[in-house]
Design a protein around this ligand. Structure first.
Ligand code: OFO
Length: 174
């Protein structure tokens, strides 16, 4: 049985993971509408992964005697200046999620909830991967700069990059 304090905190995490899924979906749609099919594919996949992260929390809360709640999501922005802005938002959102996960881990120790602490380790590892993936992409974009040919190749290559490294290992282990 989880305490109501932990239940509330996990429900807040549901909100963050679900919002990430919606936000990445909005980004995917913008890319698809703007002829960036590869990046769109990567972001659609990333959005699916965030939904999986959210669902994992639903099952955990309910299995432990709590009640997982579907939050109201505010609509994410629909227009973006470009790819650079998109991946800057991705990185800053992932950093925020990592901080929240760390705070949750801390709360579990305070509350002596070692089961939830153990459950959260998967998220700790996942966040390291996600932050590093977003940083790698931003580094690549900085190298490409205004080079149209480079962007063409990037759009082609990133489609598979998402499948191989976008948390693939971790996300499918449950
Ligand atoms: Fe759920 O890993 Fe990103 O936010």
């Amino acid at each position: 049985m989880i305490s109501s304090k932990i239940e509330e905190a996990l429900n807040r995490q549901i909100d963050l993971e679900g919002y990430a899924s919606m936000y990445y979906l909005a980004m995917a749609s913008w890319c698809e509408a703007n002829g960036l099919g590869g990046i769109a594919q990567f972001l659609y996949h990333h959005s699916d992964e965030e939904r999986e992260h959210m669902l994992k929390l639903f099952h955990y809360i309910n299995d432990r005697g709590g009640h997982a709640i579907v939050p109201a999501f505010s609509a994410p922005q629909k227009d973006f200046k470009g790819i650079q802005e998109i991946f800057e938002i991705v990185l800053s959102h992932e950093v925020k999620v990592s901080n929240e996960i760390n705070a949750l881990v801390d709360l579990c120790l305070q509350e002596k909830d070692y089961t939830t602490h153990n459950f959260l380790q998967w998220y700790v590892t996942e966040q390291i991967e996600e932050e590093s993936l977003a940083r790698t992409i931003l580094d690549k974009l900085a190298l490409i700069g205004e080079d149209k040919g480079g962007m063409y190749l990037f759009d082609r290559d990133i489609a598979t990059m998402g499948i191989n490294t976008g948390g693939g290992k971790g996300s499918h282990s449950h």
